[in-house]
Ligand binder design. Structure first.
Ligand SMILES: Nc1ncnc2c1ncn2[C@@H]1O[C@H](COP(=O)(O)OP(=O)(O)OP(=O)(O)O)[C@@H](O)[C@H]1O
Length: 803
């Protein structure tokens, strides 16, 4: 018999489920065979029984919830009454406060019970249609048990497990184990059991649609069924079909750095979302969703994945895009977004600028900042006077002197804090003095009655003089609040000047002085227009944090970055600094490097590992692609130099098509193809290389077919025909994709292969590539068996290009 601690559920009580209809037939043959009809009937009888129990529990939970809601309402009304009655009498105020506090506590308690009941109701609803998806029969020292695994725990009235949560330690066997002896982790250490059967179910509306025994992690036929479905606006959870390699990522709880390199569609995003649910389940008492943050590639993606965690009964973690994160930290400046930069690069990105950017985005550059801060003498700090209303409150010299008088061996950040405190103390002293000046009294006497009333509420004065003095101080402190804020927010240091000063010391030998000086001039010029280049953002923040001792968030425990290839190493280094308590999970695919493939050179993984040296590092590779049909994956992977490593999940569909049309026919061709695809697909995405192309295509196409242009401000996807640049489609998937303008000038050489690969790998079921006038050599050099080629140009044009 298995104890609760070994089974590892989060429930109370000592439980073993041994319903009397469990049997332990001999293990079936490897690979999944169809079971006898009698077994199916027995399993269906169990499903019926469990479904009835769920229905009963649901009715009871709903009744309790209704009762709880009524009670909350009653308390709420009562709360209003109590406060109203007692505040009439001033003497009753204290008593009222105590009563109100008690009332508040009761309401808070009541709301909490309501929340728990709501969670139960939601959980039961989820289980009602499909109570479980797996069964394992195990033998532990001659003790045999049958366990069923589903999205949540379900117990009967006697505290017997009817369904085990997929995250319970024992459930790991279902995902990891092949038949025979298996080990699984428990809170008291590894346990060994013999796995004698693994059975999979597809249950819909309480009916077993499919069931079979298997020795695999999850049988291919189940996966085929799941992957063959049309896409939704929202990503779905994959708990019933998690693959072994994904399971290792999901269940890793101790890595300080977990890196996943996975090919397009290999389930990286799915794996992190299940991982979040897993971590929350396992550290329920110490970890909250608010202590986790996901850096997502764009806002559409944030919306797209937003339903997965709630479908697993968990709260969503915080989500932020890099642009949002930087925007919040540079108030008043516009930080160039990755997308803007990409569009600019497409127009003009000379080699010299590439060298400079590569350097500024390197970990060495961040190290250089660190050294600079350590070695900068105080007189080099770019303090700036604090002026307000035409008056200098603190001159640069005064600030400099405060700083210089501090002990030499004190840490820079501590010195900075001390300077700040001295400034605040001096400001307060000065304002107190000022409050005694005559003009203040004059102004107080002109204050409206309502203001005086508001400022003196809850105050008692011994004399009119005392009241006047109080009001005078209040007025002065309010008037000069911006000065206080400026000190508080460290505005007495001009970080931008400081950064420019740092830049002037940081030129590496390989970059000519002229180029470097021009770069600094451009940085200053941009500042004038409140603009900051993306490559300066992370170094600047790092410099600011090190100088001022701020900027770090100690409450985040887990940080996830999806599409890590879109982050510079300097940005990752900054995040590591900014979230010092966080375990990092980084997911990426080097081949989907849409933004920087043309200038990046470094071995990023080695560099990231270096940043986490000394910590526990766990690296995973996912080479199997699940999203697309075999035909689409086989074409996409051939576009890459190292594509041979990618394996396609065996699900067949139509061969991708490559159509070449003359430019005069481009719109008609896209329009026709999109309309045809929409007959059998819910979403058809027309993907372009840049936003400019997407806009111009939209302008011409929208009069032909109903189509929606997606921009970086959109937060949700819709069914129908969509147009968007590939970088906004990162992390997303569509039933059908049209890759637009896959022509010689747009996809002329291998530097754009990553972009084309990313475009193709967004398609689940159908892919059509449309080239205009001249075919792309990237495709023409591939084996012609990988796609159906149709040349729609007049014969003469076709002949000219092909020779
Ligand atoms: N184990 C699985 N069971 C069912 N579906 C899966 C599984 N793994 C992945 N998928 C499906 O494959 C598709 C791709 O998954 P996901 O988006 O997580 O991959 P990814 O590696 O993040 O892709 P990309 O890097 O291309 O954005 C999704 O539809 C997902 O539901």
């Amino acid at each position: 018999m298995m104890s609760k601690v070994l089974a590892g559920t989060a429930q109370t009580g000592y439980n073993v489920w041994q319903a009397n209809f469990d049997r332990h037939p001999q293990p079936t043959r490897k690979g999944g065979i169809l079971l006898q009809e009698t077994e199916r009937q027995e399993e269906q009888a169990r499903v019926d029984r469990v479904t009835r129990i769920i229905a009963n529990q649901l009715t009871a939970a709903q009744a309790e919830l209704a009762k709880a809601k009524a009670e909350t309402r009653r308390l709420d009304e009562n709360y209003g009454e109590n406060t109203k009655v007692n505040t009439f009498e001033v003497d009753d105020r204290m008593e009222t406060n105590a009563a109100v506090q008690q009332q508040k506590n009761m309401i808070a308690g009541q709301m909490e019970s309501e929340r728990i009941l709501q969670d139960t109701e939601r959980r039961l609803h989820t289980l009602a249609d499909s109570p479980y998806f797996g069964r394992i029969d195990i033998d532990e020292d001659g003790d045999q048990e049958t366990l069923y695994i589903g999205t949540a725990t379900l117990m009967d009235g006697n505290d017997h497990f009817l369904v085990y949560d997929w995250r319970a330690p024992i459930s790991a066997i279902y995902y990891n184990g092949t038949l025979g002896n298996v080990t699984y982790d428990t809170p008291v250490g590894p346990q060994q059991v013999a796995l004698i059967r693994k059975r999979q179910f597809q249950i819909e509306n309480g009916q077993i649609e499919n069931m079979f025994d298997t020795n695999e992690t999850v049988g291919d036929s189940v996966l085929q069924h799941v992957l063959g479905q049309q896409t939704d606006e929202y990503m779905r959870n994959i708990v019933s079909t998690i693959q072994q390699a994904q399971n290792d990522i999901i269940r890793n709880t101790d890595a300080d750095l977990l890196i996943v390199q996975g090919v397009a569609g290999s389930g990286k995003t799915s794996a992190i979302l299940q991982r979040v649910a897993y971590l929350l389940y396992h550290s329920r008492s110490q970890l909250d969703a608010d202590q986790m943050i996901l850096f997502s590639p764009n806002r559409l993606f944030s919306g797209y994945i937003s339903k997965v965690l709630p479908s697993l009964g968990e709260k969503n973690m915080r989500q932020v895009t890099l642009a949002e994160f930087l925007g919040q930290r540079f108030e008043g400046l516009h930080v160039q977004s990755l997308f803007e930069r990409f569009e600019n690069d497409m127009a003009n990105f000379p080699e010299t600028a590439q060298v400079v950017r590569r350097y500024k985005e390197s970990p060495e550059f961040m190290d250089r900042i660190h050294d600079y801060i350590r070695t900068t003498p105080p007189h080099m700090l770019q303090f700036t006077a604090i002026d307000f209303d035409g008056e200098t409150f603190f001159s640069q010299g005064e600030i400099q002197r405060i700083f210089a008088r501090l002990p030499e061996n004190m840490q820079l950040a501590d010195k900075f804090l001390r300077t700040k405190n001295v400034l605040i103390t001096r400001l307060k002293k000065r304002l107190r003095r000022m409050a005694r000046e005559e003009w203040v009294e004059d102004e107080v006497s002109l204050l409206p009655e309502a203001t005086i009333e508001a400022w003196t509420r809850d105050k008692a004065f011994d004399s009119p003089d005392q009241e006047m003095h109080y009001l005078a101080r209040k007025l002065v402190f309010r008037r000069y609040e911006p000065v206080y804020d400026a000190i508080y927010n460290n505005y007495f240091l001009d970080v931008y000047q400081q950064y420019a000063q740092f830049l002037s010391t940081a030129r590496p030998n390989e970059i000519p002085a002229k180029v470097w000086v021009e770069m600094i001039a451009e940085f200053r010029q941009n500042l004038e227009t409140h603009y900051l280049n993306l490559s300066d953002a992370a170094p600047l923040l790092y410099l600011r944090d090190l100088l001022t001792g701020g900027g770090q968030n100690h409450s985040i425990r887990f940080l996830f970055i999806d599409e890590m290839q879109d982050y510079s190493l300097a940005q990752i280094a900054y995040l590591r600094h900014a979230f010092p308590k966080a375990h990092f999970t980084l997911l990426g695919d080097r081949a989907q490097d849409v933004f920087s493939a043309h200038y990046e050179e470094t071995d990023r993984l080695a560099a990231v590992r270096q940043m986490f040296r000394g910590g526990r590092i766990s690296a995973h590779t996912l080479n199997k692609s699940y999203r697309s049909t075999e035909e689409i994956t086989n074409l996409a992977k051939e576009l890459l130099p190292a594509g041979a490593d990618i394996t396609a999940f065996a699900r067949s569909g139509e061969k991708p098509a490559y159509l070449i049309c003359p430019h005069t026919e481009a719109i008609a061709t896209v329009s026709r193809e999109a309309t045809t695809m929409l007959r059998t697909n819910k979403t058809v995405a027309i993907l372009t290389k840049t936003a400019k192309e997407a806009e111009s295509l939209y302008a011409r196409l929208s009069s032909e077919v109903p189509v929606k242009l997606m921009t970086e401000h959109d937060r949700s996807l819709a069914a129908g025909i969509l147009i968007l640049p590939i970088y906004l489609a990162k992390g997303l998937e569509f039933d059908a994709v049209i890759a637009y303008d896959v022509s010689a000038y747009n996809f002329g050489d291998t530097r754009s292969a990553d972009v084309l690969y990313t475009i193709c790998s967004r398609a689940m079921h159908n892919l059509v590539l449309i080239g205009i006038d001249r075919p792309s050599p990237l495709l023409r050099k591939l084996p012609s068996t990988l796609y159906d080629y149709q040349d729609l140009r007049p014969t003469s044009a076709a002949t000219i290009t092909l020779h």
